[in-house]
Design a protein around this ligand. Structure first.
Ligand code: ZN
Length: 132
């Protein structure tokens, strides 16, 4: 049971919200659904090539991620992955959906151990603008 006003959850058998005195409803009202994504920082690096590599791995593994660089906001926004890209102003925080943290850490550990072919299939720097 949920309060339609404040979203508080109550056990079966309670029919009034203790705080609002509102009659409770059976379903969680949509406006109170907590389905936003909570991002957790799992990695930090200033290595642009490594960031690109992590991006490609996370994308192929369907990890929901966000790259945060405090010095350069929106660095990884659409269309910005072009010439002059690979000079990073400070480290980038790799953040992932809280529900993906374990999988992401596993992948990062594999990346650090060199279990992915980081050099062989990776495009040359001059080709980076076409990458993605
Ligand atoms: Zn309430």
């Amino acid at each position: 049971m949920f309060c339609p006003k404040c979203g508080a959850e109550y056990i079966e058998g309670i029919y009034l919200c203790a705080d609002c005195q509102e009659p409770l409803i059976a379903e969680d009202p949509p406006k109170n659904k907590k389905d936003y994504i909570k991002f957790v920082t799992v990695y930090e690096t200033g290595d642009a090539n490594l960031i690109l590599f992590i991006k490609s791995i996370f994308e192929s593994e369907n990890i929901i991620y966000y790259l945060k660089n405090e010095a350069v906001q929106d660095l990884f926004g659409a269309g910005r992955l072009g010439a002059g890209y690979n000079v990073l102003a400070g480290p980038v925080e790799v953040q992932v959906d809280a529900r993906c943290v374990e999988k992401a850490k596993e992948l990062l550990a594999q990346i650090e151990k060199g279990e992915f072919e980081i050099l062989e299939d990776f495009p040359e720097e001059k080709e980076l603008k076409n990458y993605e």
